[in-house]
Write a protein that binds this ligand. Sequence first.
Ligand SMILES: NC(=O)c1ccc[n+]([C@@H]2O[C@H](COP(=O)([O-])OP(=O)(O)OC[C@H]3O[C@@H](n4cnc5c(N)ncnc54)[C@H](OP(=O)(O)O)[C@@H]3O)[C@@H](O)[C@H]2O)c1
Length: 337
Amino acid sequence: MTNLHPLRLGILGAANIARAFAHGVAPSPHLEIVALASRDPEKGRAFAQEIGVARVHASYEALLQDQDVDAVYIPLPNALHAEWVIRAAEAGKHVLCEKPLAVSAAQTRAMFDAARKHQVQLAEAYPYRAQPQTLKLRELLAAGTIGKLQLIQASFGFLFSDPANIRLNPALGGGALLDAGSYVANFVRMVAGELPSRVHASAHWAQSGVDRTMVATLEFRSGLLAQIACSFATAFHRRALIVGDAGSLHTTFLNSPPEGGPPTIELRQGVRATAPLETIETAGGSGFLAEAEAFWKLVAQGPAHWTGTTPQESIDTAVILEAILHSAKAGDWVALA
Ligand SMILES: NC(=O)c1ccc[n+]([C@@H]2O[C@H](COP(=O)([O-])OP(=O)(O)OC[C@H]3O[C@@H](n4cnc5c(N)ncnc54)[C@H](OP(=O)(O)O)[C@@H]3O)[C@@H](O)[C@H]2O)c1
């Protein structure tokens, strides 16, 4: 067991999401954000001041050489995750990296290989995985509340069109699938507990060449079928329906609960339309805080104490995303090994 208290975190890049992350993590007694690196020192200094971080490095490499940093949070564009996670692991830093962990399954495997080789922890940042709402959902599934799983429908989308944003840039790993779709793919992999045997997808493409809307069918060896969708062209929505042969569960698999009430799960036990609907309230709170606290536990107490996405789930999520993109381009089923 590594005894680090509090865990001293450095952030690579003055990213938008790092602002929300820093705000969420601030109340934690277990983690402290001690340094930030930016390619632009002036921007870095202003950002560090805004989020209350004293030390600013003028390059990501300089932060990785900072001996007073134990772990890094990586909110860089998707296409840069692999390089900087591997360099962080080589520098002996534990890593919490934004989703999707990488833009290919091969990169994702190489990142976990590097973490293993350098004996550091690597975790993919999915705040919803640390939320009580998701932990409760997993408990209900494990207890067999809705019987044998038959169907999952999961969708996440929002309206987004800024051409300057990294999400529309193919060279930086843009696209609705890698952005919002990584959530639904990770969710379906978590619930199914296995990789699909094959996938079929269809997409609408943005002018830049990235996918703007994606839908996919996933077939599993267990007989489970999943339909997933993600989009930059819809009003905000985020929901998942899981149906078994004895009931159904509905969740919003939230990162952070919205204002105005606790996150809920809707459970129907029974097979008839008249089966009673139970609305289960769960605790809310910042998903970034919950995720960071879980990451601290992973580093301090080891993988047995980690409830987030496992290395195998992260690799499988990347395999699913890759297969879906391939299928949408080829217009045919893609079999998964
Ligand atoms: N978990 C979630 O809910 C969630 C939400 C939003 C985003 N994300 C993930 O977080 C990551 C960042 O998203 P974001 O919206 O925060 O991105 P962003 O605001 O565009 O920030 C990305 C940062 O990366 C750095 N960077 C390095 N090379 C770059 C390049 N060639 N082009 C642009 N930026 C470059 C920049 O920092 P410097 O200039 O300071 O070096 C930039 O500020 C993505 O992986 C995304 O999927 C996760």
